[in-house]
Design a binder for this molecule. Structure first.
Ligand code: SF4
Length: 355
């Protein structure tokens, strides 16, 4: 790890961190794979100052706070609160995201009373020897706190349903129990896959998990289609109006009344999720014509002079080599359909493929 990892552009936003590493010990966790030892601390104010100068900074892009660790673990909680306080005081418009398995655990709820704060809370029914915070007492605290936050703050509460692994927490009974327990305490759920690497597969198999249908792809999250279908059926049976999405950016965009800022609707493989989505018409009817002046502004921000052409149906085709994060940045800020012929992996993606 180096200083660049304290502010890093990810597919769903910019990750801002005062600390790297996590020692909670979830067995499937990619952060733990990267780094088990906690690294030095930066002050949130220094990270925010760096963020303002960062080449990927734009006020449309979500900021994901302390997700290179667990943002609400006691020794990091006040940094996370301070991040939120600074973002509030400095009137940042960006969606602000906390992804956590723990209760907020402090009475500093005022920092949540600002526009565009989303807390993603993991509840997956994973055995506690694989995911230590997955125990009934922690879950009870989270759900109780959610009810308080719903009433007293503007925060959006999203249930993060992951990881789901066959033989561990993917039976229909477990899925139905989880849904029944959570649906009245959240604004919606995101059913996300898990980033599997050979090491993580081995570890989860030791605990009895079945990842035999994983195809070895370390670049994309893995979730078997039949598990998603079961969850969808359970939702339709118990609470058909409940919001259920496959992608973080989709639920954030839906709640902000925008088309998906990550443009998942452009990929044919996602259309099966779009067809059942309340944003279907908003996303699929969204067309933006390519404006060379606007393009130049963001090429300049990236310090690049990409060679490109524009297809008849307004797809921007980038011919020069481009890093994955540069491509995601351009999609998010421009909302153009973009195709690139030579995509290079970012630093962390490159590390992942060697884990
Ligand atoms: S229509 Fe598709 S891309 Fe748009 S928010 Fe829904 S699932 Fe996401």
């Amino acid at each position: 790890m180096n200083d660049e990892n304290y502010i890093e552009f990810l597919k769903s936003g910019i990750s801002i961190n005062s600390q790297l590493g996590c020692n909670i010990g979830c067995k499937y966790c990619i952060v733990g794979e990267f780094q088990k030892n906690i690294e030095k601390n930066y002050k949130p104010i220094d990270i925010i100052e760096k963020l303002k100068q960062h080449r990927f900074y734009n006020e449309k892009i979500p900021l994901i706070i302390n997700n290179r660790s667990e943002p609400l673990v006691p020794f990091l909680r006040m940094d996370t609160v301070n991040f939120l306080r600074l973002l509030k005081e400095n009137h940042f418009k960006n969606p602000k995201i906390l992804i956590s398995k723990l209760p907020f655990g402090t009475s500093d709820y005022d920092v949540l009373n600002q526009n565009n704060v989303f807390i993603f809370r993991t509840i997956s029914g994973m055995p506690a020897d694989i995911e230590p915070p997955s125990n009934p007492e922690n879950r009870r605290k989270i759900l109780l706190e959610n009810d308080y936050l719903k009433e007293h703050t503007d925060v959006k509460l999203i249930h993060y349903w992951r990881p789901i692994v066959r033989n561990l927490n993917a039976s229909e009974q477990i899925l139905e129990n989880i849904f029944s327990e959570i649906h009245s305490h959240f604004d919606g759920s995101v059913v996300s896959g898990i980033r599997v690497t050979p090491n993580i597969k081995k570890l989860l198999e030791k605990f009895g998990g079945d990842l035999s249908d994983w195809n070895g792809d370390t670049n994309h999250k893995f979730l078997p289609q039949d598990i998603w279908n079961n969850i969808l059926n359970i939702k339709n049976k118990i609470n058909p109006n409940y919001l259920l999405f496959r992608h973080t950016s989709c639920i954030i965009s839906y709640l902000n009344k925008c088309s998906d800022y990550n443009l998942h609707y452009c990929k044919t493989k996602n259309l099966k999720y779009c067809e059942i989505c309340p944003s279907y018409h908003r996303c699929l009817n969204f067309v933006k014509n390519i404006n060379p002046n606007e393009l130049n502004v963001f090429f300049k921000q990236l310090g690049k002079d990409f060679q490109y052409s524009v297809s008849d149906n307004q797809i921007l085709i980038i011919h020069s080599p481009i890093y994955q994060e540069e491509l995601s940045f351009l999609k998010m800020v421009l909302q153009y359909k973009i195709s690139a012929q030579n995509i290079q992996k970012s630093g962390s993606e490159e590390m992942l493929s060697h884990v």
